[in-house]
Design a protein around this ligand. Structure first.
Ligand SMILES: *Cc1c(COP(=O)(O)O)cnc(C)c1O
Length: 364
């Protein structure tokens, strides 16, 4: 493939070498060392929220965030199937039952107007997903959660650096999980974090990522191991320096795509949300009634050596491990969108002339 759908942001080689130099002096490679502490502090400031705790990847961060609330086994959690499989797995692997709510056609996030009809006496939480950097209706979700005494844990894997009315995506709900995987808008090679306000979660999340060990001689909780190592954190420190520049370059790419594709009959591009500062993490396009189907466009792009991704397709409820348990016909909008969507190549250094070529293939 000549052009892949993503390309990881990386600092200059020398910048990274400089950042990891002291690790050769200290021989302290992991276990919440200096790089880990520095990145945690920087991200706490970046989000402007009370607490951030780092993890070795986003998935374990989400599992830990859900686990931290001690929900009774078998409790119901309202979520959506139009997401990466990690969201559904994190709920199920915690011994909880996902209850699938449909998404809306405007920004592809959970349809907040349908949440209340799914609440039962077993419901304990909502796990909504910010999709393509579009934020969920955080105000409506907060009101519903308050009224029904539910926890809200956001899958904010796509929403790093996004703000609503000047407030960071890390500040909504009871906790938010971010992914810093290599393919994400901000990466630590692999990595993740949970942001949250409540002090009582600090120990629980630390237990989840460091075996429940307290001090040097005792263990107080049955925890796992999900620590971010120093090399990951050093990559994050470097990438964070360049984050706003990378987003500005992505914006130019998105606008170039818009200039070609917006307004074409049968093609829908992502609309930026009101009062939201975006991160341009993906460039999703929806084909419906266009002269080529989504799959035909996908094929045409491949033939021209351009990557594209059916993201999210299939719905998590249509995957082999879930399809006999859950019924995707309950979420018709999500199922329809999954059949129409293609995310096009999007990364900071994608040349604008390449965007022109990609669009010529789509419209040609
Ligand atoms: C990437 C992603 C995850 C998982 O994050 P990892 O860091 O890859 O473990 C979870 N949810 C969504 C929506 C994602 O895009």
């Amino acid at each position: 493939m000549r052009i892949n759908v993503t390309r990881s942001s990386m600092p200059d080689f020398e910048e990274y070498c400089e950042e990891i130099r002291e690790l050769w002096d200290s021989h302290h490679l992991t276990n919440m060392g200096i790089k880990h502490q520095t990145l945690e502090k920087q991200l706490t400031e970046f989000f402007g929220c009370n607490h951030v705790t780092l993890f070795t990847n986003g998935h374990l961060a989400l599992e830990a965030a859900i686990h931290a609330f001690n929900f009774p086994e078998g409790s119901e959690v309202i979520t959506t199937p139009f997401t990466f499989i990690s969201t559904t797995h994190a709920i199920v692997r915690n011994g909880l039952k996902p209850v699938f709510c449909d998404v809306n056609e405007k920004d592809y996030t959970i349809d907040a107007d349908q949440i209340e009809s799914l609440i039962t006496k077993r419901t304990v939480a909502i796990v909504p997903v910010h999709v393509y950097g579009n934020l969920c209706d955080v105000e409506k979700i907060a009101a519903i959660a308050k009224k029904h005494n539910l926890k809200v844990i956001y899958d904010a894997a796509h929403a790093f650096g996004v703000k609503y009315k000047g407030v960071s995506s890390g500040c909504f709900g009871d906790a938010s999980m971010f992914s810093f995987h290599a393919t994400k808008v901000f990466n630590t090679i692999e990595g993740g974090a949970v942001s949250f306000a409540d002090d009582s979660l600090i120990q629980k999340l630390n237990d989840a990522k460091n075996f429940g060990i307290h001090g040097t001689e005792d263990c107080c909780a049955v925890g796992g191991n999900a620590k971010m190592n120093e090399f990951q954190a050093a990559m994050g420190i470097c990438n964070l320096r360049h984050f706003s520049g990378e987003v500005a370059k992505r914006k130019a790419v998105a606008e170039r795509y818009d200039s070609h594709l917006k307004g074409i009959e049968g093609i829908t591009v992502n609309e930026l949300q009101k009062d939201v500062q975006p991160n341009y993490c993906y460039y999703p396009v929806f084909f419906s009634g266009y002269r080529y189907s989504r799959d035909e466009v996908f094929q045409k792009l491949r033939e021209n050596d351009f990557g594209a991704r059916k993201y999210f397709y299939p719905l998590t409820t249509d995957m082999t491990c879930y399809k006999d348990i859950y019924d995707a016909s309950q979420t018709p909008v999500a199922r329809k969108l999954a059949g129409q969507v293609l995310t096009l190549p999007m990364y900071a250094d994608l040349p604008l002339e390449t965007v022109d070529e990609i669009c010529r293939v789509i419209t040609g």
